[in-house]
Every structure is written in C-alpha cells, then in structure tokens.
Design a protein around this ligand. Structure first.
Ligand code: LAN
Length: 733
C-alpha cells in the first residue's frame, strides 16, 4: 500500500505500514494496474493519485475527496454544469499544502541514471521501489524490445542500452524474456558504441564502457576567461550543469567497483570480448536511430583536437587538471547547496550525487543527496518513474488558480477553501533571496522570482515568475477578496517579482527561461548531444515572453500609479513587438515547451488580451485565430501530435485531444472571435469528452523540451478544459 507525502511542495511516495486497513483502496490500485496493462496507451492516467483522493487518502485535502454535487441552479446549463463538475473533481486532487501533484515523467533516459548512481554508490533502494521501477520499465518496453527517448517514441540505442542495464541492476535476470529482447535490439543495431555521449557516460561510470571511447569532457574549459563566447557559464543553465559534473567524473576517469554483475554486463552488451575492443574508434559514433541533431564537420574536428589534448603529456598538465577538478567540484557543491541537494534537474541531480560520493563516500553531502532522491520519483499505475524535475508544483498551481478564477463567482464560490490553499502555496513558494556569492557561480538574481516547482529547489524562471505573479494578483486582488489580509503577499514582494521580470528581458525584447541570453546562437553548432535540439544557449521564447508580459501587465492594471509604470510600458511595448516579429507567415508560433503550435498561440493571445489588445487593434491576433480555426476538426476538437515539435510542422494526432482543444478554445474565447459556432462545437467536444465524475481522460503526452523529448503535464487534462469552458462561458454568455 502506497502513500503520497507532501510538505511545502515536496512530494515523495512511501509504503504504508497500515496497508491492511484499507482493502477498498488496495483493490482500486490493483484494478488500476490491471487496466493499464490491458490498455494501449503509453501514458498512465495517474490513477493511483486519483484512487488515493477518492478514498480520502490525500492527506490535508480540504474536500476529503468528496465531489461537490452540481447545484440545482447550474443543472439546466450544460456548460456551467460541466464546469462545476470539472472544478469539483479537480479540487479533490489538491494536496494538503495547496499544490496539485501529478506525474511529471515521460523521458525514458532518466531512471537508469538514478539506478546506476545508486548502484555505484551502494545506496540501497527499498525493495518495493525496486519492484515498481522494474514494472515501469517492462511496461514501457516497445514491442521490438527497445526503449524510446520518451514513452511515445520509437526505440533508440540511448534508452535501450541504459534501460537494459537498469533492468539488470533492478533484478531482471539475463535470461529474462524482456532482457533478452532488449539485448537482441541492442545487438541488431550495432551495440552500445552507438550510444550518444550521455549514454556512454553512464556506461563508463558503471564500468561497462571505457572512457577512451568517449568524446572528451575536458574540465579545463571551466578555467577559461568568461569573456570567451564558449565559456561554459554562457551555455543554457541545463546544458552547463549537466556537462559540469560529467566533466568532473571524466577528468577523474571515475569508475565504480567492477562487481560480478558488471562483468556479466560486459559480456552481455558486446559481441566481441570486452578486453579486445578498440575503444578510441568508438568515439563520436552514434546509432542512426538516435540522431536528431547531426554534428557538423567542424565540431567533429574539434573533438579530435580535444582527444589529442587528453592523450598528450606536458609539464604542468597534472597541475592544470587538479585546478580544473577543484573548480568544477566547487561549482557542483554550490549547486547542491543552493538547491538543498535537489539540483536543477534529474540529470545533474544524480551525477552531482556521484561526484560528491567519489569525492568523499562518507561525507554528509552524500547523505543529503540520498535524502532528496525520492523527490524525483513518482508512482502511477504503470510503475515508479523518475520525473523530469522535482515536480511542476508552482506551474500547475498558478495555472489552476487562473482557470478557477476564470469560472466566475457563481461557480467558484464553493471552492474558496481550495483557492485560499492554492494562494498559500503560491505565497510560500516565491523565492525571497539571491543565492550566496551569485556572480562567482554565474547565477542570475533570484529574489522575487517564482520557480517551477518548490522554494527549496529555488532556481528562478522568467515565465514561472510571470505566471506566479499573475496568479497571486488574481487571487488576492479585487476579485479574490476572500484571502485574509494577513496572508497576502506584500506589495514589496510583488514589486520584487516585477523587478525580477524586468531584469530578465533580452535586448531583442523577448524573455528566455532561467537567465538572460548569454551566448550567441551560433554556439549551437557545438551542440554535442546528438539527441536534443537548441540546448546551447537560453534563447528568447514566445511562451516565456508572453507569461512575463502577462505578469507585469497584470501588475500595471492593479497598480496603475506605481513608479515603475513608465518602465513597464516600455518593456511591454518591446515585448509585444518581439512576439509579433517572430510570428510565422501562417499566423502561428512554434511552441518550445508544450505541443506545440496551439500551445504557443494560446500564450501569445493570453498576453495580447491581458494587455487590452483586441481583434480590431491586433492584426497579429486575427491571423493567429485564423490559423487555429483552420485546424479545427470535424468533431469540434483539435489534436496536435508530438511530431509537430519534432518536425516543426503542424501535425495532426490520430484523434482530437482535450488538451489541444482546451488551448484552442481558451485562445479563441480570450480573443472574442466573432463567429460563435466553432467555439460552441469545441465546447461541446469538451463536454462530451468529460467523464461522469468530472475528470477528463488522459490522452497523448503534451509537453516537450529541446524539440525532441516529450514530457507529461498530467494536470493539463483538467486545467485546460476547465479554463476553456470558463473563458468561453465568461465571454459568450
Ligand atoms: C522545463 C520545465 C518547465 C519549463 C517551462 C517553465 C514550462 C518553460 O516555459 C521554460 C522551460 C522550462 C523551465 C523547462 C526547461 C527544460 C526542462 C528543465 C523542463 C522541460 C523540465 C525538464 C527539462 C530538463 C532539461 C530535463 C533534463 C534533460 C536535459 C536535457 C538536461
């Protein structure tokens, strides 16, 4: 029996000793497992979370899992009734600390990192966790025996080699039929030599691949002057904090103990005897199934030069290496401490952990890291997975709050407890201080920002700050008068958020994710990953720009006489011009963090309308709406496939999707499109698709990063249909 624990946004699953007391819940969990096993869907529907909620086991939930009945006055209006049901169901999923928890997994290359790091560092995983992880891997193995980059993806060497190793460590035998079919896939596709660098890295640390077969991750780069455009601190933060600990372990050529299992794996993974492999020849090789970004020739020449540098000796080389290792370890330590050992993401989390373990296996840092491993693990009916972040708590709570607030007083009144708890969460999550000595660690300021997940994580993000600020203003402003005065976020703190957003605006007028754009776009030709696109610098994005604009636009509306207003006006005008300048000929924008064009269009229209633009005053908005209308399907819905993100061309999914339809309908409703008919059809599609209890079905995966890897946003199936129906009802009475 499992329990979900939460504490100020932190979420972790444990087994529950009182299991025997809840046979009904236990039956619900096992029927969810069985339903998943017999369904064709790759995505879990977060049925565990839902079962806990409906059995009153989500501790602290204000509704105690009980659905509020639709009041008689709303029953005659199908739209209002669906909306009420949607809110009432979604309210039962709120956790006691005010946020919405859910499955934020999807990428299939993350769990092996955790499993290998635990194996190398001799960190025992509880048996129930191991069993659920193994079940997850078996559930997501493709019929051809391989594993994709994400749950809906075709098989790749990267994920297959790593997940094969993970399955073996978790207890699957070499003769197990799933192990056999994965091994057959690996053999048939040329073996682990074809793993992209990130895969070779993990195999090398485990001791089933040799460092000489790896493109050099020379740590000395960290000693270069920052003035150079290729200094690693100019890279997108996610890129630099992954290569940082990788380069530390590479610089030390760190390898775990060669155990019996490691020896077996050396035999199982390769056709040829391990000792006779010509490792240097495998540098830079990548399986065709994996290649998404092909390395340009010049980059390959550079890797050759680096390999030469690594192989020669000269006086002072050892000294230089020592200095580089010292510098990288210091940067790693700062990242650990600034994030309370959560780290910015799932990849550097487990590599940093290993760095600290290799540095001092008995140190306190190792214990602190171990304590935060479960923050990344999520359990659902398909098993236990590693998430793409330590959750999407603030992001979802900010959206949920805005969706609820759009519903109008007559509907939202019974949910004031839900909203005041959501406000508590937004309040407790704002980051109040900068990280210590921030320039030395190449960090942007943090004070006043909102992060994506929790305050303990704390990395500030431009658009999370925009959405957090918008939600805070909405909940405690003129419309949300039920928030007690003493709980309100002070005007000073709201102003800090505004200053933070202003500090993030790039010279092009747009906003990037965590920092200003620090390096030129041509650095992308150095992208070594082969599997991810656009990872080298933090570019301006339409979504981040739109959220930032909305945040400061709402602030201006609330405080029209504030001394910052002239600055805000200037910044808003530049931001709008940026969004208009990157609109495509066909009226759309490419979305980088959700799938895909519909997601981006919704952001742009949200920003436009929150600043008072209308279809009459904004030809850009009119063109965007036309694009959306052109994609509507026969059944009134919309459906965009993840291939839109991968290929950058609008691609229809097999069936209409409630999330795509939600985005399209919110956008058209916000724009007040004059012809009501397509909107009515969309609204009917959403009402038809709703479950009896007010939930909506989980369909395809709907988030993305770096163009090629998809990630689950499990609350979107509730948030966006609710928001769409609310906005439609509000603007089309
Ligand atoms: C996220 C999650 C949040 C997301 C939004 C705020 C929604 C977006 O608007 C800006 C970018 C951001 C912050 C974002 C960037 C990339 C992340 C961090 C992720 C998609 C979550 C996981 C992903 C991370 C890079 C996954 C680890 C893989 C690597 C390639 C390092």
């Amino acid at each position: 029996m499992w329990r979900l624990n939460v504490d100020r946004g932190r979420q972790w699953w444990t087994t529950d000793a009182d299991a025997a007391t809840s046979p009904a819940l236990s039956a619900a969990l096992s029927s969810a497992r069985a339903a998943y096993a017999s369904s064709k869907h790759a995505h879990s529907s977060d049925a565990y979370l839902r079962a806990l909620a409906s059995h009153g086991h989500l501790l602290g939930n204000p509704t105690c899992g009980a659905l509020a009945p639709v009041p008689a006055r709303l029953r005659r209006d199908a739209r209002a009734a669906a909306l009420h049901k949607g809110l009432s169901f979604f309210a039962t999923l709120q956790t006691g600390d005010g946020h919405w928890a859910g499955d934020y997994a999807g990428p299939m290359f993350l769990l092996p990192g955790l499993v290998i790091a635990c194996y190398v560092s001799r960190t025992p995983l509880p048996p129930a966790h191991r069993a659920e992880m193994l079940r997850y891997l078996r559930n997501h193995q493709n019929p051809d025996g391989g594993f994709g980059l994400h749950i809906e993806h075709k098989s790749t060497m990267f994920s297959t080699a790593l997940n094969y190793v993970a399955m073996r460590i978790l207890g699957a035998g070499s003769a197990d039929s799933d192990s056999r079919s994965a091994r057959a896939w690996i053999r048939a596709h040329g073996g682990p030599a074809g793993c992209p660098g990130w895969g070779k890295f993990w195999l090398a640390v485990l001791g089933v691949y040799e460092w000489q077969g790896m493109d050099p991750l020379t740590p000395e780069f960290w000693l270069l002057p920052y003035a150079l455009p290729c200094h690693p601190a100019r890279f997108w933060c996610h890129c630099r904090v992954v290569y940082l600990p990788m380069s530390y372990l590479y610089g030390r050529r760190a390898v775990g103990e060669v155990t019996e299992l490691v020896r077996e794996l050396r035999e199982e993974l390769y056709e040829e005897p391990y000792e006779s492999i010509e490792w240097p020849a495998w540098r830079g090789r990548c399986c065709e199934e994996d290649v998404y970004v092909r390395r340009p020739k010049l980059q390959r020449v550079l890797w050759g030069a680096l390999a030469l540098w690594e192989s020669i000796w000269f006086p002072g080389k050892q000294w230089l290496r020592e200095r580089a290792l010292k510098e990288t370890l210091m940067q790693i330590t700062a990242e650990d401490e600034n994030t309370n050992y959560i780290c910015i993401g799932p990849v550097n989390k487990v590599i940093n952990f290993l760095c600290r373990w290799f540095d001092d296996p008995d140190g306190v840092a190792v214990d602190k890291h171990r304590d935060r491993l479960t923050d990344y693990l999520w359990l659902a009916e398909d098993g236990m997975k590693m998430q793409g972040y330590n959750g999407s708590q603030l992001w979802d709570t900010a959206f949920a709050s805005q969706a609820f607030m759009a519903a109008g007083r007559d509907i939202v009144e019974p949910f004031t407890k839900t909203l005041s708890l959501a406000h508590d969460y937004v309040e407790m999550t704002q980051v109040l201080v900068d990280v210590p000595n921030r320039e030395r660690f190449y960090r942007h300021m943090s004070k006043g920002a909102w992060p994506f997940s929790t305050r303990d994580h704390g990395w500030p993000i431009a658009d999370c700050t925009g959405e957090g600020l918008a939600a805070a203003l909405l909940l405690q402003g003129k419309k949300g008068t039920w928030i007690p005065k003493k709980k309100m976020i002070s005007n000073d703190r709201l102003q800090d958020a505004v200053k933070m957003i202003l500090s993030y605006q790039n010279p092009d007028g747009g906003w990037a994710t965590y920092e200003l754009q620090r390096g030129p776009a041509w650095l992308e030709f150095l992208n070594p990953s082969e599997v991810f696109g656009d990872i080298m610098v933090d570019y301006s994005y339409v979504e981040c720009t739109a959220s930032a604009l909305k945040g400061i636009g709402e602030f201006r509306a609330e405080f029209p006489d504030h001394p910052l207003v002239p600055k805000l006006n200037e910044s808003l005008a530049k931001g709008i011009r940026y969004i208009e300048s990157i609109q495509k000929q066909d009226g759309s924008w490419y979305g980088s963090w959700g799938i895909c064009f519909l997601y981006a269009i919704w952001f742009a229209i949200d920003a436009y309308t929150s600043m008072g633009l209308t279809l009459e005053t904004s030809p850009s908005m009119e063109r965007a709406c036309q694009f959306v209308l052109n994609k509507q399907r026969e059944d009134g819905g919309w459906g965009e496939s993840y291939l839109s993100s991968e290929t950058m061309v609008y691609t229809q999914s097999e069936e209409s999707l409630v999330v795509s339809t939600g985005w399209a309908l919110v956008a058209l409703s916000m724009a007040r499109w004059p012809d009501r008919e397509p909107l009515e059809k969309a609204s009917q599609f959403l009402i038809r698709s709703q479950d009896e209890n007010g939930d909506w079905p989980q369909q395809n995966i709907c988030g993305v990063f770096n163009r090629n890897c998809m990630i689950s946003y499990s609350q979107y199936r509730n948030i966006f249909p609710i928001w769409a129906l609310a906005e439609y009802r509000k603007n089309y009475p």
